[in-house]
Design a protein around this ligand. Structure first.
Ligand code: NAP
Length: 288
């Protein structure tokens, strides 16, 4: 059994991006620049945004954070996005999710210029991916594909079962892996909360990808012997033995499945670090 080390793989990707940015600067181009829009005070979003900014700056990508109060009017946010859309200094625009409930997420995301949509979440980029003509692919699905490639897992012809159909993880993953492209061409089953007999699907997976947001949801009885398990979940679970009073758990019960599977991603240190690395790749792409 092999543990897929997402931290190590992402570090190599980030080093490579840093070299490409240095080359850009040496050739007389300016540094790529990412605009981040953060609305309200959500602890998890603050943490994710800080990590994105820190990693961008480490590789030489400039960032600018635009903060808005949680009660901001939709028109103020869309106005800022429209300004950034045509501003030549910004290559990428990212709106940190989730948004406060009074804001219409789809309407806001769809204002982003698709050429600067480094999260790949506009309807246009979602459609391009679904039509086998990918432009910007969301970072988490792209990171999962990269983890499998780097781990020398052949994807073509495999049966991939995905649990969770969100627009940021499960649905784009199902399009990515079922597309007729290199490192894709899998047979994909996309499961969700209304799926009957989930276990009948998960047990048939050559590669099982879990993104349900339910700690340790998948156990040994739900996986096929020798299969590959990718755990996307990041959940806080109360743990008073830990100084912080909680621990981070995935959607897979790691200890339960570990002796049955051939490869698995840990949480933390699996998919999470890849998401940031792929965001940087998308920013670099948007600047070229
Ligand atoms: P989400 O928007 O809440 O979607 C959860 C999905 O899981 C939904 O499609 C839901 O089905 C499905 N689901 C819920 N219970 C289920 C069940 N019992 N059986 C089958 N499907 C079930 O979540 P998300 O944004 O995709 O995130 C999922 C997890 O991944 C979270 O823990 C999140 O923190 C983590 N995440 C990690 C990264 C990373 O970088 N590692 C990135 C993004 C998200 P319905 O559609 O029917 O409701």
């Amino acid at each position: 059994m092999k543990i897929i080390d997402g931290k190590n793989i992402s570090n190599k990707i980030i080093e490579n991006i840093q070299k490409k940015v240095e080359l850009k600067l040496k050739s007389g181009f300016r540094a790529p620049k990412l605009a981040i829009i953060l609305i309200g005070e959500n602890y998890a979003s603050e943490t994710y945004v800080s990590a994105k900014i820190r990693t961008c700056e480490k590789v030489g990508i400039s960032t600018q954070l635009f903060r808005f109060d949680s009660n901001v009017k939709s028109s103020e946010v869309t106005g800022k996005i429209e300004e950034l859309n045509y501003h030549p200094d910004y290559d990428g625009i990212l709106v940190q999710l989730p948004l406060p409930s009074h804001l219409h997420q789809r309407e806001i995301l769809d204002i982003i210029n698709p050429l600067k949509d480094v999260d790949g979440l506009t309807s246009l980029n979602t459609g391009f991916l679904a039509l086998n003509r990918p432009k910007f692919i969301p970072a988490t699905p792209l990171g999962i594909q990269k983890l499998l490639i780097e781990s020398k897992v052949g994807i073509e012809g495999k049966h991939i079962v995905i649990c969770g159909r969100s627009n940021i993880v499960g649905r784009p993953l199902s399009n990515l892996f079922s597309n007729d492209q290199v490192h894709s061409n899998a047979t994909v089953t996309l499961c969700h909360s209304k799926t009957n007999n989930l276990i009948n699907h998960t047990k048939n997976a050559d590669i099982l990808i879990v993104a349900v947001g339910n700690p340790e949801f998948i156990n040994e009885s739900m996986v096929k012997e020798g299969s590959i398990v990718i755990d996307v979940g990041i959940n806080r679970v109360k743990d008073f033995s830990n100084k912080k009073g909680y621990r981070i758990a995935g959607d897979v019960n790691f200890d339960s499945v570990i002796n049955k599977v051939s490869m698995i991603t840990p949480v933390p240190g699996g998919v999470g670090p890849m998401t940031i690395a792929m965001l940087l790749e998308n920013v670099l792409k948007s600047s070229s």
